[in-house]
Write a protein that binds this ligand. Sequence first.
Ligand code: NAD
Ligand code: ZN
Length: 344
Amino acid sequence: MRAVRMTAWQGEPEILDIPVPEPGPGQALVKVAGAGVCHSDLHIMEWPEGLLQYELPFTLGHEVTGWIERTGPGVRGWGEGEAVAVYGAWGCGRCHRCVQGMENYCEQTSAIKSSGGGLGLDGGMAEYMLVPSSRFLVPLGDLDPRTAAPLTDAGLTSYHAIKRSLHRLVPGSAALVIGVGGLGHMAVELLKALSPATVIAVDTAAGKRDLAKRLGADHVLTGGQDTALQVRDLTGGRGAELVLDFVGGQQTLALAAACASSLGEVAIVGMAGDELPVGVGRLPFECSVSVLYWGSRPELMEVIALAQQRRITPQVETFPLEQAPEVYRRLREGRLTGRAVLLP
Ligand code: NAD
Ligand code: ZN
């Protein structure tokens, strides 16, 4: 089968032919319908050898939906052809966090040396994907597996970041979304679906701002010198109770700090890796800062339920698997809107 493989650090992925894996005990083979193209893959391609504990080569694609092809011995309750989402953060399954469903914060990841399929282990940018335990499967119901993949990372990560701050998003509050890409556009939809907060979206690209507007953002800003002042104006001087930074660069972190309200939260999701100065005078009083990674298995079920109720819908542009290198180039250059999904 064809697969999009990471074969060298600081290199472009290659499309190679590899054998279709066979599911062993407890495992499932998923026929991939769609694999989302995440900006994290660009970081993985850019970071130097040694930063991640992953071993090469592996197939990319950590945002995956498809159909059960077959299951290994001992797997019960899943029918051939059933549409499923793959929960992507594969933990040890036995530590306290994993037992709570938070495999994104597994206590054993340093021993496991991978974060999941597409993240050190073979992922879903291929015709088939081996899922090492049926506990990583979530039924999609009537959702189309060809376009639902972004729910599993772009949707889940945004949902987790918003859900933990819902108590801040009371009527009259404001939420600021910085970066309306694959994750940020889902965050705008989720904020509108889950909270009465005024939603302010910032992106430097005009096409992304148009998308934010279309998805219901109340205000859309360009991201320049005056942005923080504009946010203060729009919030009666208070700032935003929740600031979601989907870039994590110096400029956006500075903007996040300048726009947060006292008692608010700055949630850093973007992995550009710059630093946010913390201290008196740097952040508003009692403003919390969190650095977030993905979401839990129960939260993926909640995201899928929202999509089944048609309260959120990933905005998807689809491409054949063979176009992966070109799609990554377009993502790097900011020439994609919403989420790109590869169809094998
Ligand atoms: P994306 O490229 O689709 O979106 C990024 C958006 O930010 C684009 O719309 C871009 O125009 C905008 N942007 C860039 N610089 C900006 C600036 N200075 N001001 C305003 N807008 C700006 O990427 P994505 O797939 O949505 O991922 C976003 C980030 O989140 C990446 O760093 C990715 O690695 C990270 N990520 C984190 C997690 C997690 O669990 N923490 C999960 C998935 C992705
Ligand atoms: Zn991702």
